[in-house]
Write a protein that binds this ligand. Structure first.
Ligand SMILES: *[C@@H]1O[C@H](CO)[C@@H](O)[C@H](O)[C@H]1NC(C)=O
Ligand SMILES: *[C@@H]1O[C@H](CO)[C@@H](O)[C@H](O)[C@H]1NC(C)=O
Ligand SMILES: *[C@@H]1O[C@H](CO)[C@@H](O)[C@H](O)[C@H]1NC(C)=O
Length: 459
C-alpha cells in the first residue's frame, strides 16, 4: 500500500477525455527516440534479410475507428444530425480519434456513436442503431502511427516504437513490419459465447501472421503487443493448435499487458474517468465507457486479486468489494446491464489465463503510483472517490496484474518466460521510454541472431 492522494488519472480505453491526454502525449513524443535509434542502427543490420517479421498489436486507445450513419441513426441533437460537416466517400468519417470530441455538445454525439449495446437474445455486443464502424488500414502500422493516417501530420502513440524498429533494427513497413489495429470497444468471451467482432479480429490476425511468415521465408513472427493487445494476442495463441503456434509465432513480446485487469477500471465504471481533463462531463464519459465490452474485460480478475478489498462504499454501510464481488459491485454502482455479460461472458474468460504456448517476454513498468483501493463516501459512487490509495504498478495496471499470471506460467516446464522490469516506466511511457525501446531492440536482435544461426539450420 502506498500513500493516499487525490485521484490522479491515467490512460483507460474508450474515454472521450482520454483523447485529450493522448493528444498531448502523442504530440510531445513525436520526435524523441530517433537519434538514439540511429546510434544503435548498426546492431541489427547484420541480421539483414533474416529478420523475423514483427506484428504490432496496439492497446485500446491506440486504435482508430471510422463511422458512418444510416437512416436508423437517432441523433440526440441537431448538432449530432449535421456533425461532422465534411465526410468522406460513402459517408465515412473519423470517430476515434477526433479532437472535436472535446467540444461539449459534440462529446455527446461522440458518446452516442461510440456506445455498444449488449443484445441478450443474441448473447453478443453490437453497435448503436444506425452507426456503422470500421477499422481501416489493417495490416499496416499507419493508423497506429498517425492520428490522421491520410495527412500523417499528428503522430500517434506507436510512432516512436515503429520508427525505432525501422531505424535501429532495419525493419521495413509491409515487408517485415505490420500493424494489427482492431475495434477496441469489443472484446472476447468465454467458451460457448459468441463474439462476432472480436473473433473476426482474431481470424484476421491469424491470416496476417501467416502471410507475414510466408513473405519472410517461413520465419515465424514476433507479436509485439501493448496493453489490451497482449490479451488479444494471448487469446489468439490459446485458440490456435500447438503446431500452428510453433510454425508461426517465434515469440510473444508484451508491453504493460494487464493480464489480471486493473483496479483503476473500477473507478472508470463507478464514477467515470475523465483523466483529469477539465470541462469534460464525467457522467457522460462514464456511461459511454461502461458500454465497452473491453472495459469489462479489464476489471480486476478474481484469480489475480483474490479477496483483497479494492473498493469500499460508505453509502452501503461500509460494504467492501473484492474482485470476487464484481457482480455486486456492478449492481451497486447502478450498472445492472453489465452484470449478466460480466458473469456469463467475461468471468470465465479471465478465470482461464492459459499459458501462451510460445516463448514469452513481458516488459513491465514498475514503481509508478497505481490505484489500489478506492473509498466512496456517503454521497455514493456518482460523487467520485473520497479517498484513493495507491500501490505499485505502471500507473494504470497494478503490479499483481502485470506479474501474477506470468509467475504461474513459469511453473510450467514447457513455457519459456522472460520478465523485464523497467523502473519508473509508465503504462504508455513504455512505448517511448528509451530504456524500454532499447530492451525491445535487444530482444528482437537476440531472436533474429538465432534466426541467422541455429534457427535457419534447423529449417
Ligand atoms: C477468500 O474468502 C473465501 C470466502 O470468504 C475463503 O473461503 C477463502 O479462504 C479466502 N481466500 C483467501 C486466499 O484468503
Ligand atoms: C464478497 O464475496 C465474499 C465471498 O467471496 C462474501 O463473503 C462477501 O459477503 C461479498 N461481499 C459483498 C459486498 O458482496
Ligand atoms: C536462441 O536459441 C537457443 C537455442 O535454440 C534458445 O535456447 C534461446 O532461447 C533462443 N533465444 C531467443 C532469444 O530466441
Amino acid at each position: 500500500m502506498g500513500r493516499m492522494q487525490r485521484p490522479r488519472l491515467a490512460l483507460v480505453p474508450a474515454a472521450a477525455a482520454a483523447a485529450a491526454v493522448m493528444l498531448v502525449v502523442m504530440l510531445s513524443s513525436c520526435c524523441c527516440g530517433v537519434s538514439a535509434a540511429r546510434a544503435a542502427s548498426a546492431s541489427a543490420s547484420g541480421a539483414g534479410q533474416q529478420r523475423h517479421p514483427v506484428i504490432l498489436i496496439p492497446g485500446a486507445g491506440g486504435n482508430q475507428l471510422e463511422a458512418r450513419l444510416t437512416e436508423d441513426y437517432k441523433p440526440c441533437s441537431l448538432a449530432c444530425r449535421v456533425w461532422p460537416l465534411v465526410r468522406g466517400r460513402g459517408g465515412w468519417f473519423r470517430l476515434w480519434f477526433d479532437p472535436s470530441v472535446l467540444l461539449a455538445p459534440l462529446t455527446r454525439c461522440f458518446a452516442e456513436r461510440m456506445m455498444l449495446f449488449y443484445d441478450a437474445g443474441a448473447d453478443d455486443y453490437r453497435n448503436a442503431p444506425g452507426v456503422e464502424t470500421r477499422v481501416t488500414d489493417f495490416g499496416s502500422t499507419s493508423t497506429l502511427r498517425y492520428l490522421d493516417p491520410n495527412l500523417k501530420l499528428l503522430t500517434g502513440y506507436m510512432n516512436t516504437l515503429a520508427s525505432t524498429l525501422e531505424e535501429a533494427a532495419g525493419y521495413e513497413e509491409g515487408q517485415d513490419l505490420f500493424g494489427a489495429p482492431y475495434d477496441f470497444r469489443y472484446g472476447l468471451a468465454g467458451p460457448g459465447h459468441p463474439s462476432r467482432v472480436g473473433s473476426a479480429y482474431l481470424d484476421r490476425l491469424r491470416l496476417l501472421v501467416e502471410s507475414a511468415c510466408a513473405a519472410n521465408g517461413g520465419r515465424p513472427a514476433v507479436l509485439v503487443a501493448h496493453s489490451l493487445g497482449g490479451l488479444y494476442a494471448l487469446q489468439l495463441l490459446a485458440r490456435s493448435p500447438a503446431p500452428w503456434r510453433a510454425a508461426h509465432v517465434a515469440r510473444l513480446l508484451t508491453l504493460s499487458a494487464p493480464w489480471g485487469g486493473s483496479v483503476q477500471e473500477m473507478l472508470t465504471f463507478a464514477s467515470g474517468n475523465t483523466l483529469g481533463v477539465p470541462f469534460v462531463d464525467a457522467a457522460l464519459v462514464r456511461d459511454e465507457q461502461r458500454t465497452a465490452e473491453s472495459n469489462l474485460w479489464l476489471l480486476p480478475a478474481p484469480k489475480v486479486f483474490g479477496n483483497t478489498t479494492l473498493v469500499v462504499s460508505r453509502l452501503h454501510g461500509g460494504r467492501a468489494y473484492s474482485a470476487k464481488n464484481m457482480t455486486q459491485f456492478l449492481r451497486d454502482i447502478g450498472f445492472e446491464e453489465g452484470v449478466e455479460p460480466y458473469r456469463a461472458r467475461i468471468r470465465p474468460l479471465v478465470e482461464a489465463l492459459p499459458e501462451p504456448g510460445v516463448p514469452v517476454t513481458c516488459l513491465v513498468g514498475t514503481g509508478v503510483d497505481t490505484v489500489e483501493r478506492l473509498v466512496y463516501g456517503d454521497g455514493g459512487f456518482d460523487e467520485g472517490p473520497e479517498e484513493v490509495v495507491y500501490g505499485d504498478g505502471d500507473g494504470t495496471v497494478n503490479l499483481a496484474s502485470l506479474l501474477g499470471p506470468i509467475k504461474a506460467w513459469s511453473d510450467s516446464p514447457a513455457q519459456v518466460v522472460e520478465v523485464v522490469e523497467l523502473p519508473k516506466v509508465s503504462h504508455s511511457g513504455i512505448l517511448n521510454d528509451k530504456s524500454a525501446l532499447d530492451q525491445i531492440i535487444r530482444i528482437l536482435d537476440s531472436i533474429n541472431f538465432n534466426a541467422t544461426t541455429t534457427y535457419q539450420s534447423s529449417f
